[in-house]
Design a protein around this ligand. Structure first.
Ligand code: PMP
Length: 453
């Protein structure tokens, strides 16, 4: 995945004095591997709901951050974390009721009977996917992992090894096979399930040929880093059946698509009518507190549980559980799934309307609060225009609205607001995007903007 809208350190000279000092101090202390968003990086000091404020007191509309799923600084989560930290913070080797109450409530959202599935807690999505593939390899006796071509599943040695979106300098495991993303814009909805299943079958055959076998197919059902593909929802069934036939498992990576994000169901895979063997969660689970997890079928983990053991010092600690419990309660009590469904449909419709007027929009797609807007320079050829996309993202930032970009060419606007984004927020977002598109395309057609237009 290209990060075309990242800050270019070479351009530090163009920043105001205070920002430049902070950027340079950061590079000195944190080193060269981090990236900053935007041509002009932002220094945030405060957040509330769908809003953020910078160090000069400017207010921004957040249409991007999914970690703070129930809104920045939600008082119920703040209070729960504060109270738990002041009472007790310890780990899973002591008996505690909090983790059991949470597991009971969370596991019920996946359906099935009590005892069918278990919750194992980690701190990050990377750890969750690491543990999930470890369980899958142990259970199946196979090594192979199948991922989509621009997937991102984590930053550990193991998960980076099956995260092709990290780029060509980040080697994939020899046990990894990439299949194309289900690009509904270029392939078309009707043929996609067959196309996708066929690619999975080819990957399985290749893994067998190389003596690896298939341990798992791991998929983010909204295909976030691949460019955001939410339809058709008949996509996964054939692919999952193919993996099961070959003795492998299906892992649903719900780090992006879970916790009501799609507006259709609590979990992204549920839109596809499939039943994963393992589900991984993370990012939005604790509204900013690091908490993540693996939800696993009893039968899948029983051999692993007998022969190995699992402990994670911070995973499932008392405060992590308090944060996760408060976040889940807010999602349910504030009926955020309904909000995502309704407000997300309004956003999609509004973006469809903008596509009628702004020629650079090639496709609008997504579900709930995960929306992709593909920016192209040629409608017939569907040519990605990454440069214009970066100008739009930066143009929105200058108008104090936050989004980013995704996809293999970095030409898909990634719109992913907190679940509390309301109708007024959506209206402000659409109006600002409309203005930004008019401004950047006017500059581009005057020949002083994107060179590709
Ligand atoms: N899976 C997916 C789909 C992700 O988007 C991410 C994070 N961007 C991860 C896993 C890794 O999560 P973390 O950064 O918490 O390790």
């Amino acid at each position: 995945m290209q990060m075309n809208n990242a800050f270019d350190p070479e351009a530090a000279g163009t920043l105001d004095e205070a920002t430049r000092a902070l950027v340079e101090r950061r590079a000195r202390l944190l080193g060269p591997a981090y990236r900053l968003f935007y041509k002009e990086p932002i220094h945030f000091v405060r957040g509330r709901g769908s809003r953020l404020w910078d160090a000069d007191g400017n207010e921004f509309l957040d249409a991007y951050n999914n970690v703070v799923s129930v809104g920045h600084a939600h008082p119920a989560v703040v209070d729960a974390v504060h109270r738990q930290m002041a009472t007790l913070c310890t780990h899973t080797r002591y008996l505690q009721e909090g983790i059991l109450d949470y597991a009971e409530q969370l596991l019920a959202t996946f359906g099935g009977a009590p005892g069918d599935r278990h919750l194992m807690m980690t701190c990050t999505g990377s750890e969750a996917n690491d543990l999930a593939t470890r369980i899958a390899k142990h259970r199946t006796g196979n090594q192979g992992v199948i991922v989509t071509s621009e997937a991102y599943h984590g930053n550990s040695e193991c998960t980076a090894g099956f995260s092709p979106s990290l780029g060509d300098n980040s080697p994939l495991g020899t046990w990894v096979r990439r299949i194309p993303a289900p690009d509904s814009y270029r392939i078309g909805d009707a043929d996609l399930p067959g196309f996708f299943e066929q690619r999975v079958r080819e990957a399985i055959a290749d893994l067998h040929r190389h003596g690896q076998g298939v341990a798992a197919l791991i998929v983010d059902s909204l295909f976030s880093s691949d460019g955001i593909y939410a339809h058709p929802t008949s996509l996964l069934r054939g692919a999952v059946d193919a993996v099961h036939e070959a003795g492998g498992l299906f892992i649903a990576d719900e780090v992006q698509s879970g916790f009501a994000r799609s507006g259709d169901a609590m979990w992204g895979y549920q839109r596809h009518g499939v039943s994963p063997d393992i589900i991984t969660t993370g990012k939005p689970m604790g509204n900013g507190y690091p908490v993540a997890g693996v939800v696993v079928d009893h039968d899948v983990v029983s051999k692993f549980g007998r022969e190995l053991r699992y402990f994670n010092t911070f995973g499932g600690n008392s405060v992590a559980v308090a944060a996760a419990q408060a976040t889940l309660n807010v999602i349910e009590q504030e009926r955020l799934l309904d909000n995502v469904h309704t407000t997300g449909a309004g956003l999609l419709a509004g973006l469809g309307e903008l596509a009628q007027r702004h020629h650079c929009i090639g496709d609008v797609r997504g579900a709930g609060f995960y929306i992709g807007v593909e920016i192209v320079s040629d409608h017939d050829l569907k040519t990605p225009d990454a440069q214009l996309t970066a100008q739009i993202v930066n143009g929105l930032r200058d108008r104090r609205v936050l989004i980013s970009a995704t996809g293999p060419a970095g030409n898909v606007l990634k719109i992913r607001p907190p679940l509390v984004f309301n109708g007024d927020d959506a209206a402000r977002f659409l109006e600002t995007l409309d203005d930004t598109l008019s401004a950047v395309t006017a500059v581009a057609s005057a020949g002083i903007g994107s060179g590709s237009r």
